[in-house]
Ligand binder design. Structure first.
Ligand code: FUB
Length: 359
């Protein structure tokens, strides 16, 4: 127990030091944010971006101050609806397309509409979203529309076999669709280790240092795009020797917020390391994994952690992410975008979301 507490203390102190040093640098005017918020009229987070009909659509969480006290489980992230943003090109005007889906119109959902994603197939748009059901257990729902910005109509039940949070749907070149999902701690993934929800299961999975880290889940979607086809698998992240990353490997292990993109025939699984605040990536030859850990590609942002997506638009790659520039509060975030660079050796260039004003 002592060991756990001291480890947590070290982690907390380390992240506080990073945060404080960034704040100090900001206060002295030495560094600036690399990018400005894409929209300032509402708080937005967890931006899942897609290119539909030549336009960029962003499917974010819509952060609100719901008056729920902050706690360890993230109950203060009490979002109630989704707004979809759109823009014609990077740097162009960002449109808030209004409410696309409200929690009152999701029959099974109780609370907390967290990070969504979207996909398009056979003339239909699909919105995938996590919410706590009426029993307080996160599951993933699907809603459909004939327009990319909605409004979306929710299916009456969550996707059978889905659980936890942060769905990211990837449609491969052959039309096969895969859903990556899961997040530990407040996202409850650690409570699904037996295949059933263990209400009294581990709170975080941050203390099983010697066991393989709980990994992101991946499942193939069926032709309807609204159901899982077959089994849910672990998207294994291994080191260069083929060993699964361990729970105590906080700098590299999966925590939440996965995304998939394909580059030069390889599958790049990108994700947040959570309590150590990095974005990391692992590369595989199949969308189901395993994925070999390849490094970090984004430094910590202002806020507790970030959540991202990656798209190719007009032959350039972009990453959408969030920080807390507008509010300074962890639950009131704002989405941003910056260019992402793939290097010739298959690596992704590191992004620092702060920039020196001297540059
Ligand atoms: O927005 C709520 C949660 O915070 C998301 O589901 C996580 O990825 C984190 O960004």
């Amino acid at each position: 127990m002592k060991k756990i507490i001291s480890k947590m203390t070290i982690l907390t102190v380390a992240s506080t030091l990073v945060f404080n040093s960034l704040s100090a640098q900001k206060n002295t005017g030495k560094i600036k944010f690399l990018n400005r918020p894409l929209i300032k009229t509402i708080y937005t987070a967890d931006p899942s971006a897609h290119v539909f009909n030549g336009k960029i659509y962003i499917y974010p969480s819509h952060d609100i101050d719901a008056g729920v006290p902050e706690n360890d489980n993230g109950d203060h992230f009490a979002m109630r609806d989704y707004h979809i943003l759109s823009l014609d090109h990077i740097g162009g005007k960002v449109t808030d397309n209004g409410v696309a889906l409200d929690i009152n119109n999701i029959p099974w959902a109780g609370k907390q509409l967290w990070a969504p994603d979207a996909a398009f197939k056979n003339g239909k748009y699909f919105l995938y979203f996590p919410a706590k059901n009426k029993e307080g257990v996160f599951q993933i729902g699907c809603a459909t529309s004939d327009k990319p910005a909605g409004p979306f109509k929710a299916n009456p039940h969550p996707i059978a076999g889905s659980y936890s949070i942060d769905p990211a749907v990837f449609v491969d070149d052959d039309g096969s669709a895969y859903m990556y999902f899961g997040g530990i701690w407040g996202g409850q993934l650690q409570r699904w280790q037996t295949g059933k929800y263990e209400a009294n299961g581990s709170k975080t999975d941050l203390h099983n240092d010697k066991a393989p880290a709980i990994s992101c889940r991946v499942a193939k979607l069926d032709k309807s795009m609204m159901e899982i086809d077959g089994k849910v698998h672990n998207a294994l992240i291994v080191d260069s020797a083929g060993h699964e990353l361990l729970g105590g490997d906080h700098d590299r292990r999966f925590f939440e917020g996965s995304w998939m993109h394909k580059y030069k025939g390889k599958y790049y699984l990108t994700y947040s390391t959570g309590d150590t605040h990095f974005l990391a990536y692992a590369v595989g030859s199949s969308p189901m994994g395993p994925f070999v850990y390849a490094g970090h590609f984004m430094q910590p942002v202002q806020g507790w952690t970030t959540h991202h997506s990656i798209i190719k638009f007009n032959n350039k790659w972009y990453i959408f992410y969030h920080d807390t520039e507008l509010s300074g509060k962890t639950h009131l975030r704002n989405v941003k975008v910056t260019e992402l660079h793939h290097l010739d050796n298959g690596k992704i260039e590191m992004i620092n979301t702060y920039t020196s004003s001297d540059k």
